[in-house]
Design a protein around this ligand. Structure first.
Ligand SMILES: [Zn+2]
Length: 260
């Protein structure tokens, strides 16, 4: 299949899923690999959420229409989204409620100055568990090639590691990623055509944001994020305005409650 025929859009993503389903593929999470490992045609669907929780949720909604599964790996200390914000927590819980696995997208940079990386890693994992409302079993590291020279013996034993050699071009799986919209050797459909095990890394931004080129996608995400910040700021100042218009009443109430 010519990759030109698969646009980086929700429709393009649907085409890949529909092709896989037509070929008899089962799309699964890392957590469910063990119980599906004897199935012939499996595609582990992996999402590293690097930029936006909103887009991840939009993608999960599409997948749920097809009753397929996958793992959403969440960064805890990202500069571009906040899993601890009220909204962030809600979205993660919604993705989990749709039946998707929540995994920990750990960043090696968060542990380089740590005295006890194992301890900190587990502490962070517990934080994510409390947000997700489920136990977190699968982990994947953020930017492994950039951070590859950092020598930390993480993750600890006992987790399903997306970077386990089993999931990489082993006899069982061929890895394919949509990184920066540049496919390497294959597109997922090539592998599915041949009935091979697929480990498909999908970044929601390339599919869920309008635009054909990378720069257009980034521009559109920036605009979407700015609109959201503007809305939050407007909401905040509206609240302040309301409070100021009732200043006397609120001040009296505050003093009354404080003196109790
Ligand atoms: Zn990442």
């Amino acid at each position: 299949m010519n990759e030109e025929k698969i646009p980086f859009s929700p429709e393009g993503y649907r085409k890949i899923i529909e092709y896989g389903l037509e070929k008899g593929y089962k799309f699964i999470s890392f957590k469910d690999f063990e119980k599906n490992k004897h199935q012939e045609k499996i595609c582990i669907l992996r999402h590293d959420i690097d930029l936006s929780l909103d887009l991840a949720f939009e993608m999960a909604k599409i997948e749920s229409e097809y009753h397929i599964n996958g793992t959403y790996f969440v960064l805890l200390f990202d500069d571009l989204y906040n899993p601890f914000s009220h909204e962030g927590q809600k979205i993660i819980r919604k993705i989990s409620d749709l039946g998707y696995e929540i995994g920990f997208h750990w960043n090696p940079l968060d542990y380089i100055n740590s005295e006890n990386p194992y301890h900190d890693f587990k502490k962070h994992l517990e934080l994510l568990q409390s947000i997700a409302g489920e136990s977190v079993k699968s982990v994947s590291n953020h930017l492994p090639t950039i951070n590859g020279n950092i020598k930390i013996r993480l993750p600890p034993e006992g987790f399903i590691n997306a970077y386990d050699s089993l999931f990489f071009n082993s006899g069982s799986f061929t890895y394919v990623s949509d990184s920066s919209m540049r496919w390497r050797q294959y597109i997922p459909i090539d592998l599915m055509k041949d009935g091979r095990g697929v480990h498909f890394l999908v970044h929601p931004i390339w599919w869920m944001i309008e635009g054909n080129k990378l720069k257009e996608k980034i521009k559109n995400l920036t605009e979407k994020n700015s609109a959201k910040i503007k809305e939050s700021l407007n909401g905040f100042f509206l609240e302040i305005d309301n409070a100021l218009s009732r200043r006397k009443e609120l001040d009296e109430l505050y003093l009354k409650n404080r003196s109790k």
